[in-house]
Write a protein that binds this ligand. Structure first.
Ligand code: HEC
Length: 101
C-alpha cells in the first residue's frame, strides 16, 4: 500500500472515531433517562401510565421541546424540562425515538 494512502486512511479513522466519541449517544441516553418509563423499545408502560412513544407522529423538534421545556398541561415528568438534559442530548434522544417503531 502506498504511504499517502495509509496516512489518509489513518486520518479518516481518527477523525471518524473522535466524531463518534463526541456525539451524544441517543440510544444510551434513552436507556438511562427514558426507558424506565417508556420501555426499552418505546412500547410504553401502562402500569405507570407512560404512553408508547414508538412510531410517534411528533416531529423531532417537538420531542426536543417536550424534553427540554415540557408543557404545563402535561403530567410529570413532562410538566417541565427533564433535569440535566441539554439541547444536543435532547436532539440525540429525539432522533433515536424516531427510529423506534
Ligand atoms: C417518570 C416517567 C417518565 C420518564 C422518565 C419519561 N417520560 Fe415521557 N411521558 C411520561 C408520561 C406519564 C407521559 C404522558 C404525559 C401526559 O399525558 O401528559 C409521557 C409522555 C411522553 C411523550 C408524548 C407522548 C405522546 O404521544 O403524547 C413523549 C414523546 C415522551 N414522553 C418522551 C420521553 C423521553 C424521550 C424521555 C427520556 C428523556 C421521557 N419521555 C422520560 C413518563 C415519563
Amino acid at each position: 500500500m502506498n504511504r499517502k494512502l495509509v496516512l489518509g486512511l489513518a486520518v479518516v479513522l481518527l477523525v471518524g472515531s473522535s466524531a463518534t466519541w463526541a456525539a451524544d449517544d441517543g440510544a444510551a441516553l434513552y436507556k438511562t433517562k427514558c426507558a424506565g418509563c417508556h420501555g426499552a423499545k418505546g412500547e410504553g408502560k401502562p402500569a405507570i401510565k407512560a404512553p408508547a412513544i414508538k412510531g410517534t407522529t411528533m416531529e423531532v423538534n417537538q420531542i426536543v421541546e417536550h424534553l427540554t421545556k415540557g408543557e404545563a398541561g402535561s403530567k410529570a415528568p413532562h410538566n417541565k424540562g427533564i433535569a440535566g438534559l441539554n439541547d444536543s442530548q435532547a436532539k440525540a434522544i429525539a432522533d433515536y425515538v424516531k427510529t423506534l417503531n
